[in-house]
Design a protein around this ligand. Structure first.
Ligand code: CU
Length: 385
């Protein structure tokens, strides 16, 4: 009896989703911040599409550490992030043929609000040479920022391979929406942002360890419907993704994935925002006494991050980015692979404030950045301005 009821329910949900582009509504709860979680969505479509335009399209997509400003209210986001292969630099002299979402590692930061919907399109263009040499008009802030600011100095390559997309921020059947597609195919699906937070997205193709280690990940920042209690006090917001690389130099002087090292959890580099110099050469900036908010995510794929800002205290931490998970006065936030947090702190006086993975082997491998506050005195590894 129960089995047949469950089966009938599953079939009816599937048919409801297939028949009309509306989501099944869960029974509403009176508890904020998700009074009306939207569960599931229409069945994903896999289509042949003659798209050869910009690989990233959407108004709220940026290159980390930037976060797109979001107007008030809820909206539906039409977002395209295509899969492209690109040779990239992730440390001085270390270039490899990355598998990417949108052309960089990490891929674009998507900013939405709790209660928003995302209509997502992704073409698997891994077999194409996709140039990102000039800002594509009407595409996204992301592509302009890649051209102007990325340290990765990307060059197009073709590495045909099936890939899929898994958004941790979505609540849908993964075998449907997150399924991999072949080179040349396009997948379209929808999901709703039910919970605020800093959520990973990553490739769903097995072995996931290989696809994530090759560079296929990014984050969706879902801002709370009612905001964070400290919103009015925040002066600067930045997005920081930590991730590991497992590369080995080959005989031709190129770098390739060392899968055995990935399985052994022995990274060659650990980076903030995809390059060991990214947050050193282009430090975050603030003025003395200001409040800084970081949307931090530890991608992994394997290791934890003990995220710490030297010279201050994380006086407010929203673990996973949910305002209900508020912690106070933390020196370090422990993030497992795919955990995120919103951390806030005051930079007390003029100076240079490094932030690190306090697991110092990983800081030494590259997980270090800095915040330039005012006009700091010249010290090691700094430049006078
Ligand atoms: Cu992949």
């Amino acid at each position: 009896m129960y089995e047949s009821r469950a089966a009938a329910l599953a079939v009816s949900l599937l048919l409801a989703g297939a028949a009309a582009p509306v989501f099944a509504q869960a029974a509403s709860s009176s508890r904020p911040p998700s009074p009306a979680a939207v569960l599931g969505g229409p069945v994903a479509e896999v289509v042949e599409e003659a798209w050869d335009g910009p690989p990233v399209v959407g108004d709220y997509l940026t290159l980390a550490p930037a976060l797109a400003p979001l107007p008030p209210g809820n909206r539906t986001h039409d977002v395209r992030i295509d899969v492209v292969a690109r040779e990239l630099e992730i440390a001085p002299g270390v270039r490899y043929k990355a598998w990417t979402f949108g052309g960089t590692v990490p891929g674009p930061v998507l900013h939405v609000r709790e209660g928003d919907r995302v209509r997502f399109t992704m073409k698997n263009r891994s077999a194409e040479l996709v140039a990102i040499d000039e800002p594509a008009p009407d595409s996204s802030p992301f592509l302009r920022q890649v051209v102007e600011k990325s340290l990765q100095k990307g060059a197009p390559v073709a590495v045909p391979m099936p890939h899929g997309m898994d958004f941790h921020a979505g609540m849908v059947a993964p075998n449907d929406k997150w399924r991999p597609i072949q080179p040349g195919e396009t997948i379209r699906f929808e999901w709703a942002a039910n919970y605020p937070g800093v959520y990973l997205y990553h490739c769903s193709q097995a072995p996931v360890l290989q696809h994530v280690a090759m560079g296929q990940y990014g984050v969706v920042v879902v801002s709370p419907r009612e905001g964070y209690p400290s919103d009015a006090e925040v002066d600067h917001e930045f997005v920081i993704l930590q991730s590991e690389f497992y590369l080995v130099e080959n005989e031709e002087g190129g770098w390739v994935l060392d899968f055995a090292a990935a399985m052994a959890k022995r990274p060659s580099q650990v980076t903030f925002n995809g390059h060991t110099r990214a947050m050193i050469d282009a430090p975050l900036e603030a003025s003395p006494g200001e409040r800084v908010r970081l949307y931090v995510h530890n991608v992994g794929p394997n290791d934890t991050s003990s995220f710490h800002v030297i010279g201050t205290i994380l006086d407010r931490v929203y673990y996973e980015g949910n305002p209900l998970n508020e912690l106070r006065g933390m020196q370090t936030v422990l993030l497992g692979a795919s955990n995120g947090a919103v951390v806030e702190f005051v930079v007390p006086e003029e100076g240079d404030y490094p932030f690190v993975d306090h697991e110092f082997a990983d800081a030494t491998r590259g997980a270090i950045g800095r915040i330039k506050v005012g006009r700091p005195r010249v010290g090691p590894d700094q430049e006078a301005h």
